[in-house]
Design a protein around this ligand. Structure first.
Ligand code: FAD
Length: 273
């Protein structure tokens, strides 16, 4: 697997909504659902070949699709790097290292996806691969408001059932994804649950899956600085999210005292969730 830092050309950009764009770039390796890349933006926009690798400039982005040698990176514009990236155009160059991290273990016939916000990205890749394997996919996907939704048409094509929740009630069900977990599915028929989104949401999904005794996996969002397991910024209960994760099972997470409680900030300080 070629996971060394390199400069790649953006081949296509798809505007998903006002805040999210998907950038398609060609890579040599076949990624697995759950893998991510460390991405950096060269100082100068355009066809620059300059490689400016400052570990602090890199950000982790999950792979949201893989087709004909190209990965999709669906990026929400939230800060300095993502803001710069959103100004880029097809033909411009970005830096990536990866695919990195572990991947989801697709288990059983009927799988339930529980996604929050841009946490849908790795789960969409997982859903596509699982669908190609003949699995039945059920999805609960929540955002704050209708304008934040993305990949809905694509999900409709592969999901047996798709429930969308919005905090403000602007689309489908009003409330959080976790409000609808028990109501809408006969959980005894679900073989596995996969979740990614805000950590407090995932904590509720974890408690639910443990109570119902269903195999489940979670893609964690921690501050990833180096991406190679050296700096420890992303550590959770002695595990490195960048290298041992980002995907963890319910069996691992149930023993983690920090999950859903605290995480490290960009400056290394401890943040209460
Ligand atoms: C494994 C993993 C996969 C991710 N996949 C996606 C994805 O597919 N799409 C997407 O839009 N976002 C994803 N994120 C979140 C994304 O990394 C942050 O939104 C991004 O780093 C923000 O960078 P910024 O410079 O634009 O914002 P900043 O202004 O630096 O920060 C904005 C917010 O992003 C967080 N953040 C900043 N840098 C990092 C970092 N290195 N690691 C983690 N969080 C950081 C900050 O804590 C803050 O809450 C993922 C995070 C992780 C850990």
């Amino acid at each position: 697997m070629i996971s060394n830092p390199r400069i790649v050309e953006i081949e296509r950009i798809k505007k998903e909504n006002d805040d999210i764009k998907t950038f398609f770039v060609r890579i040599e390796d076949k990624p697995e659902p759950g893998n991510y890349v460390m991405l950096w933006v060269p100082w100068s926009k355009g066809k620059s070949k300059r490689i400016a690798i400052e570990p602090s400039d890199q950000i982790p982005i999950s792979i949201s699709s893989f087709k004909r040698g190209k990965i999709g990176l669906s990026v929400k514009n939230v800060g300095e790097t993502t803001n710069a990236l959103h100004d880029f155009e097809p033909g411009d160059r970005i830096g990536i290292t990866g695919p990195l991290g572990n991947s989801f273990n697709i288990r059983g016939k009927k799988i339930l996806i529980v996604a929050g916000s841009v946490g849908l990205s790795p789960l969409y890749f997982l859903s596509r691969v699982a669908s190609e394997m003949g699995k039945q996919i059920y999805v609960i996907y929540g955002v704050n408001s209708k304008t934040e939704l993305f990949l809905i048409k694509e999900l409709e094509k592969i999901a047996e059932d798709l429930i969308i929740t919005t905090d403000d009630g602007s689309y489908q069900k009003k409330g959080c994804v976790t409000d609808f977990l028990s109501d809408f599915y006969d959980i005894s028929k679900i073989d596995s649950i996969y979740s990614c989104g805000p950590e407090l949401m995932m904590k509720k999904v974890l408690d639910f899956s443990l109570k119902k005794n269903v195999f489940s996996q979670f893609s964690l969002d921690r501050y990833i600085r180096c991406g190679v397991g050296l700096c420890g910024f992303c550590a959770i209960d002695g595990c490195r999210v960048c290298k041992d994760g980002p995907v963890f099972t319910s069996e691992q997470l149930k023993g983690f005292g920090e999950f859903g409680v605290v995480k490290r900030s960009k400056s290394g300080g401890v943040l209460r969730l």
